[in-house]
Design a protein around this ligand. Structure first.
Ligand code: ADP
Ligand code: ASP
Ligand code: MG
Length: 407
């Protein structure tokens, strides 16, 4: 017998037939003698539709009301799955975030979990009842509903698993595991039996949406045994594990890409102390998350160019903040482009192997792809390129690092 938290994503609960399929899987696991709690996402497409309604209602809307609207998708699936389970004779009860309660901070739209009371799930385990929890949502200190950011049901599941010391957190989705890159872009992508927390964290934060970044951070922090697997086929999935469990470490384990990026260049910024700070302090104050930053060497010591990337959704805000400060910053021009993509190679083996970055640059050069910005860390190299080349770049890099499936 094991205590398992199972999470089913949007496609897995996309219509009533699929919800019934999920109910059968859950019922089977209960019959096998396990203690099971379930976390569900909204039906696929529903969250986007709800966000669309908010945008339609008002371009600048109250984030608290946005959360009240977008959290509704998960409420529907939690109730429907509880009904489907009851129909199979499995005792089940739905729970919204506030009924657990799953307490978060007050950052609406991107709230962080602060505390989870284990009592509701423990009581269900004791009574032999399946708790079906609406993912993605929680409750803030002022009793208002919050949401955890896109893809946040993964984080709900891992956090709930940690709160009841579950033996495992199973993340069921529309692919059968974590691949060397998005299998929808590269048909030759290879499924990984295991991936380390560190690599999964990088892959997720660099755009591989198969797991929300924060869910991986929590799994790592609390040692939650997390696996990604298919909700449609009975196939072994991918286990996210500590480094010590990987026998043979690849130099590069995966390629990630992120389309939601924008590049901004401040041309002719005065080359004197305080100017760069004058650019980034107001952006930080406005919660713009700046990613890569490059400052070019000044030719004559009077002016430099500063290029950086921001989430595409924040581009308008970034441009406005910079224009508002143009007087004090005194730059010559502002150039920006939302039509870029960030492509990254990730691998723990990079820590001890040279030449990973140069192979990336050679491969992109061979395909005639221009690199606009570069950044590196211990276990990743990222470049920004024109969005038009994203698939070509991901495929070429996948082959160059020997990741293609052999069959
Ligand atoms: P869910 O609705 O179940 O949460 P998501 O759409 O959030 O599912 O995440 C699953 C998707 O992640 C897959 O359909 C796949 O296209 C994408 N993906 C991106 N990178 C990877 C990767 N390296 N391995 C597997 N899937 C990936
Ligand atoms: N339904 C939410 C989203 O689409 C949360 C999730 O699916 O994990 O982002
Ligand atoms: Mg997801």
């Amino acid at each position: 017998m094991a205590r398992i938290v199972k999470k089913f994503g949007g496609t897995s609960v996309g219509d009533m037939d699929r919800i019934r399929n999920v109910a059968k899987r859950v019922a089977k696991s209960v019959e096998d003698g396990n203690e099971v709690a379930v976390v569900v996402s909204a039906m696929s497409g529903v969250t986007n539709q709800l966000i669309g309604y908010c945008q339609d209602a008002a371009t600048f809307h109250d984030a608290r009301e946005y959360d009240a609207v977008v959290a509704a998708g998960e409420q529907i699936t939690a109730g429907l799955l509880a009904i489907a389970l009851q129909d199979l004779g499995v005792p089940a009860r739905s729970f919204m975030g506030w009924q657990i309660p799953l307490r978060t901070d007050g950052i609406h739209g991107a709230a962080r979990i602060e505390e989870i009371a284990p009592d509701a799930l423990e009581a269900c385990f004791k009574e032999g009842r399946v708790a079906v929890v609406a993912g993605f949502q929680g409750i803030a200190g002022d009793n208002r509903i919050t949401t955890l950011g896109r893809g946040g049901s993964d984080t709900s599941a891992v956090a709930l698993a940690a709160s009841v010391s579950a033996d495992r957190c199973d993340i069921y989705t529309d692919v059968d595991g974590v691949y060397t890159t998005d299998p929808r872009i590269v048909p030759k992508a290879r499924k990984l039996d295991k991936i380390t927390f560190e690599e999964m964290l990088e892959m997720a934060s660099l755009g591989a949406k198969v797991l929300q970044t924060r869910s991986v951070a929590l799994a790592m922090k609390y040692g939650v045994r997390t696996q990604v697997l298919s909700s449609f086929e009975d196939l072994p999935g991918t286990l996210v594990v500590g480094e010590e469990e990987i026998v043979e470490q690849e130099v590069v384990s995966g390629i990630a890409y992120s389309r939601g990026e924008a590049k901004v260049t401040i041309v002719g910024l005065e080359d004197s102390p305080g100017k760069v700070s004058g650019v980034f302090s107001p952006l930080a104050k406005h919660n713009v998350n700046v990613d890569m930053i490059v400052q070019s060497a000044s030719e004559d010591g009077t002016a430099t160019d500063v290029t950086f990337t921001v989430p595409e959704d924040d581009l308008q805000k970034t441009v406005k903040v910079l224009e508002d400060n143009r007087g004090s910053l005194g730059f010559k021009d502002l150039v920006y482009n939302g039509n870029v993509v960030k492509v990254s190679v990730v691998g723990l083996g990079m820590r001890s192997h040279a030449g990973v970055a140069s192979k990336m640059f050679d491969t992109l050069a061979d395909k005639g792809i221009n690199i606009q910005v570069i950044s590196t860390s211990e276990i990743k190299v990222s470049v920004v390129i024109d969005a038009e080349y994203s698939e070509l770049a991901v495929r070429a890099l996948h082959t160059a690092y020997g990741l293609d499936r052999q069959d």
